[in-house]
Design a protein around this ligand. Structure first.
Ligand code: AP5
Length: 221
């Protein structure tokens, strides 16, 4: 199983990625988590990325493409992978196509923007694992603590309302065009393509988390 999760910031990609990766025993490749790890480690990349992330912008395509290509050489990717938050621009998608990285499904999780602002203010994360909660809609068993490790949960720096609005605008301008890119790949494919067109699937991301997981599993047959 090799798939891309597509959706606006806060659509529930990280939340659903956990269930999909568990079911198919594949690694979650989240470029956001990779960048946050670099920020925490204080690397040169992390210092540069933090400024961009806190402003709600996108880190440069070259850096992101390099990170993902490196990650794909790890042995755990041999049985499949889930891309969460990648690709996010047409050049990122094109780089994967040109490199012959196979994808079986592109799964779009669709949530209206007005629902997203509420979700982000209540989000809490476990930085070490990337596990995601919501204080009301998907609370941890113990308030403020990760279910698996019991460690503290934190609020992300880029979850302030003003930054979320900027991220949604960036999504509209730079990432939404991927919906067309992937949903029309099959009809536009040609003999020079190194990989076959992925199947495009779309599910609603509003409602109960378990119901959304069930509808995702139903379309990933
Ligand atoms: P990234 O970490 O990828 O953030 P994002 O795509 O903006 O997505 P989020 O993680 O914010 O949301 P999500 O869809 O995973 O939602 P979640 O499951 O947490 O990127 C961060 C930054 O890094 C970017 O802004 C950019 O600067 C940089 N970056 C990353 N990748 C890049 C790339 N490829 N190129 C360039 N730059 C890149 O859910 C949200 C909340 O809602 C949670 O609290 C959750 O519990 C709750 N929730 C989930 N489902 C439901 C539901 N059904 N009902 C109610 N609440 C729900």
């Amino acid at each position: 199983m090799r798939l891309i999760l597509l959706g606006a910031p806060g659509a529930g990609k990280g939340t659903q990625a956990q269930f999909i990766c568990e079911k198919f025993a594949i690694p979650q490749i989240s470029t956001g988590d990779m960048l946050r790890a670099a920020v925490k480690a204080g690397t040169e990349l992390g210092i540069a990325a933090k400024k961009i992330m806190d402003a709600g912008g996108l880190v440069s395509d070259d850096i992101i493409i390099g990170l993902v290509k490196d990650r794909l050489t790890q042995p755990d990717c041999s049985k499949g992978y889930l891309f969460d938050g990648f690709p996010r621009t047409i050049p990122q998608a094109q780089a994967m196509k040109d490199a012959g990285v196979p994808i079986d499904y592109v799964l779009e999780i669709d949530v209206p923007f007005d629902a997203i602002i509420d979700r982000m203010s209540g989000r809490r994360v476990h930085p070490a694992s990337g596990r995601t909660y919501h204080i009301t809609f998907n609370p941890p068993k113990v308030e403020g603590k990760d279910d698996v490790t019991g460690e503290d949960l934190i609020q992300r720096d880029d979850d302030k309302e003003e930054t979320v609005r900027k991220r949604l605008q960036v999504y509209n301008d730079q990432t939404r065009p991927l919906v067309d890119y992937y949903s029309t790949w099959a009809v536009q494919s040609n003999a020079s393509d190194k990989v076959t067109a992925p199947a495009y699937r779309k599910v609603s991301g509003t409602g109960n988390v378990d119901d959304i997981t069930a509808s995702i599993f139903a379309v990933l047959k």
